[in-house]
Write a protein that binds this ligand. Structure first.
Ligand code: DGL
Length: 275
């Protein structure tokens, strides 16, 4: 096999702080069904969204280096919090392509807005980094971004509390500043929020209006990754369907039990690793 064929055949590396990044894997599987994926969930150190940027960069380097050791051809950072603070550092330290979720999410939001007012729900770390407003400003001089931290939505999604009174009230609180800003797009700026999409959509209809679009950065990231691999001639041959290998830094059993809800398919086996 030539070097080029070997690179094409290599898996894609994807990582997140834990389970949530599997929503990105799900979108990648739909857009790139022939790619093999190695996914690393840093369950020993989740959540990242409440930690400071230096800590998140350090954790992210550990995850990415492990994936490089597994021979991946590119890395997709599924975590918004990592994508907000670490991509440049990873690109400098690692000699391979690194894609994040913020730019694709911002692009999808700019495409969807009519009023040029964009709302983002994300973790404390992502909001504090200012990454979404920066990414939106780089794409549109007219668009204004209002970012709201929605930290309670992560444990609710982890617990499977995605419908009913509790998530409804939390979402209502978090949407209030976005409603005041008059946004017509709400970006799900965290890996876990697609699981609460139903409640968030209902909340935006009630708090802001029926015209508001809810944008998922997972789908936009998968589209970008597909375009990137194809432009670089790195897409795997379509000789068989791709596989997913799951690695975690803690609690492989409970990860396996919960993974299906995020991934949309059964998680066959989960390997515990040490970073
Ligand atoms: N993966 C994180 C994100 O997308 C959410 C979970 C966490 O805080 O670690 O920002």
């Amino acid at each position: 096999m030539s070097d080029r064929d070997q690179r094409r055949a290599a898996p894609l590396g994807v990582f997140d702080s834990g389970l949530g990044g599997l929503t990105v894997v799900r979108a990648l599987r739909a857009a790139l069904p022939y790619e093999d994926i190695v996914y690393l969930g840093d369950t020993a150190r989740v959540p990242y969204g409440t930690k400071g940027p230096d800590t998140v960069v350090r954790y992210a380097l550990g995850c990415a280096r492990h994936l490089v050791g597994r021979g991946v051809k590119a890395i997709v950072i599924a975590c918004n919090t990592v994508s907000a603070v670490a991509p440049e550092r990873l690109r400098i330290e690692l000699d391979l392509p690194v894609l994040g979720v913020i730019e694709p999410g911002a692009r999808a939001a700019v495409r969807a807005t009519r009023s040029h007012r964009i709302g983002v729900l994300a973790t404390l770390g992502t909001v504090a980094s200012g990454a979404y407003p920066r990414a939106v400003s780089a794409l549109s001089t007219r668009a204004e971004t209002t970012a709201q931290a929605a930290p309670l939505l992560v444990p609710l999604a982890e617990e499977g509390w995605t419908t009913g009174e509790v998530p409804r009230l939390a979402v209502e609180r978090y949407l209030a500043p976005l409603a005041r800003a008059g946004v017509d797009v709400v970006v799900l700026g965290c890996t876990h929020y697609p699981l609460l999409r139903g409640v968030i959509e209902e909340g935006t209809r009630e708090a802001i209006g029926p015209h508001v679009a809810v944008v998922d950065s997972a789908e936009a990231t998968a589209e970008d990754t597909a375009a990137f691999l194809s432009a670089r001639g790195l897409t795997r041959p379509e000789d068989r369907l791709g596989t997913v290998r799951l690695l975690v830094t803690d609690l492989p059993r409970s990860f396996g039990a919960q993974a299906e809800r995020f991934l949309g398919e059964a998680a066959v086996d989960v390997e515990a690793i040490d970073l």
